[in-house]
Design a protein around this ligand. Sequence first.
Ligand code: GLN
Length: 306
Amino acid sequence: MLTPAQLDRWLTQARSLISHGRLPDYIPQLARVNPQTLTIQVETVDGQQVVAGDWAQPFTLMSVIKPFLLLFALEQWGAEAVFRRVGMRPSDQPFHSVAQLSLDQGFPRNPMINSGAIALTAFLTGNSGESRCEGLRQWLNTNAGSQLVLDEKMLHSVRSLTNETNRAIARLLVEAKHLDQAEVAIDTYNHICCLSGTIADLAHLGLLLTRSNTVSLEAYPPIATQHQRIVNTLMLTCGLYEDSGAFAVRIGLPIKSGVSGALLAIVPHQGAIACYSPAIDQTGNSVAGLFLVEAIVQALDISIFG
Ligand code: GLN
């Protein structure tokens, strides 16, 4: 297992890369965070944890919630129902691309981009964004042992903008009959993107995708291996948007990023690497987060491809 001193050394190197990224400006509250915040937690399936940096700083998950929305939908409704609503194909367009969805006649390419996640909100039950989000929040906290909370301030900030692209996506989904209610879907999507936690919570969530059901921590209910496999595969092929292919080659792990700078990498059967550093690259992936994951994978030789 890694030592805190090793992690600290990588954090020092990662800090020098922060200036290569930028804070997103389209959500005012995300533009206000401290770009220097940096933290990482590595956690193994047998419960070992090592953490470094600003571990107490909470942050919103943003798109890192997408694999967990997919996992929830698979567990509750099954793969057949899920893949009637969303595809499995990578996209070389940005995560909020309306053009991609148009080109695909309103069928979302994959669950890791906005169109796919907005479509999958239909699998959450409840009449409002708030109640649907609450169902997912409780399910995650029970199954992962996390303590996610809704960041009301961030939600208010997200809602302060009309976000025409996400609205256009929802309209196209409704026109193509892949979604019933655009308003509730957008509201649900905004809520779940504003679920917030610490780096420990993100690492705990990661274990949902890697915990073995035979040697699982007894405290938590099992997750179907087949569903973990599906989510991991889609993270590998689509989790970093247009850059997923390049990072599959460079790093070789399923990874999901969020525009908040949250980043989660899964080491199947072994554990999870959770990072938070808010400066992101042009694609929307945390610059320091990707550096840290790559450094660890190289040091421990843990690419899934050997
Ligand atoms: N809520 C954000 C959005 O829709 C999430 C996107 C992301 O994290 N990449 O723009």
